[in-house]
Design a binder for this molecule. Structure first.
Ligand SMILES: Nc1ncnc2c1ncn2[C@@H]1O[C@H](COP(=O)(O)OP(=O)(O)O)[C@@H](O)[C@H]1O
Ligand SMILES: [Mg+2]
Length: 240
C-alpha cells in the first residue's frame, strides 16, 4: 500500500537557472516545478545534462558562482528561501536540508579518520559532550548498517569500500537530523548489490526519521521499487 502525503515541505515553482559566463545570462534550466511532501521519497529522473544537479544545488543555495536563479521560487515550509542571506542558507543546510552531492564518494578527507570527520560534522549543530557524542556516533553508524562502529571510526577513507564510504557520508548527514535529504545519484558509482543496500537504507531512514527524500537517479528499475513517486525532467528542465 502506498501512503498519501499531504503537506508539501518543499515547493519548487517555475525555477529558472541561468549561466552568467557569457555577457548575457542564458537560461540552462527552465520552468522546473515540483513539490516534495513531508516524509515521502520522491525520485527525480531525466536525461544526463537536463539540470537535476543544478536544481539540487539551487535548493540548498550552493550553485556555483557563474550560475544564478533568474526566475521562480523555492519554498521550504512556506518560506521563500531564495530571499535568504548566506547565514540563513548555512543554517538551513545544517539543520534542515542536507545534500549528498553527486560524486560524493570522494567527499571524505583522505588524511583524516572517519571519527574526526564525523565529530566535526556533528558539532556543527550543537557542541556534543565527548561521552554523549560517542554514544550518538555509534548509534548513527548502527543505523546505517555498521555492526562494528569502532572499526569504521578509526578507519581512513581509503580503507573502506565505495559502499561503505557512501554509508559513512549518509551517517554524517543523518547525524544532523535533516528534514529533507537530497541524494544526487547516490548509487551510480556502486555495484548492483551495494545499490540495493544504499536504497534500502535510504528507505529505512525515511521512515525512521520521518525524513523527506529527494532521490536523483537514473536507476529506473530500483526507483520504481523504492520511491513513493517518480517525476521526470526533460532536457531544459520542465517536469513531464
Ligand atoms: N557551473 C556551471 N556553469 C555553466 N553550466 C553548467 C554548470 N554546471 C552545469 N552546467 C550545465 O547545465 C546543464 C545541467 O547540468 P546538471 O544539472 O549537472 O545536469 P544533470 O545533473 O541533470 O545531469 C548541463 O548542460 C551542464 O553542462
Ligand atoms: Mg547530475
Amino acid at each position: 500500500m502506498r501512503t498519501t502525503f499531504i503537506n508539501p515541505i518543499l515547493s519548487v515553482e517555475q525555477l529558472e537557472i541561468s549561466s552568467h559566463v557569457m555577457e548575457k545570462p542564458s537560461p540552462i534550466v527552465k520552468d522546473v516545478t515540483f513539490q516534495l511532501y513531508s516524509g515521502e521519497m520522491l525520485a527525480l529522473t531525466g536525461p544526463s545534462g537536463c539540470g537535476k544537479s543544478l536544481t539540487a544545488q539551487a535548493v540548498v543555495g550552493l550553485l556555483e558562482r557563474e550560475c544564478k536563479v533568474t526566475y521562480g521560487n523555492i519554498y521550504y515550509k512556506s518560506e521563500n528561501i531564495l530571499d535568504y542571506d548566506v547565514k540563513s542558507w548555512q543554517m538551513l543546510r545544517r539543520s534542515d536540508i542536507a545534500l549528498l552531492i553527486q560524486h560524493s564518494l570522494n567527499g571524505l578527507n583522505p588524511i583524516r579518520t572517519v571519527k574526526k570527520q564525523m565529530v566535526e560534522t556533528m558539532n556543527q549543530n550543537k557542541k556534543w559532550p565527548r561521552k554523549e557524542g560517542n554514544i550518538y556516533l555509534h548509534s548513527i553508524l548502527h543505523q546505517v548498517g555498521f555492526s562494528d562502529p569502532d572499526d569504521i571510526l578509526s578507519a581512513y577513507p581509503f580503507e573502506l569500500s565505495g559502499g561503505m564510504r557512501q554509508r559513512v557520508l549518509l551517517a554524517m548527514m543523518i547525524s544532523l537530523k535533516p528534514k529533507i535529504l537530497i541524494a544526487d545519484e547516490p548509487t551510480t558509482a556502486l555495484d548492483v548489490i551495494n545499490r540495493e543496500k544504499v536504497l534500502t537504507l535510504l528507505k529505512e531512514l525515511q521512515y525512521k526519521f520521518e525524513m523527506a527524500i529527494l532521490l536523483i537517479s537514473h536507476d529506473y528499475e530500483n526507483i520504481n521499487k523504492y520511491a513513493d513517486r517518480v517525476i521526470k525532467m526533460d532536457q531544459g528542465g520542465s517536469i513531464i
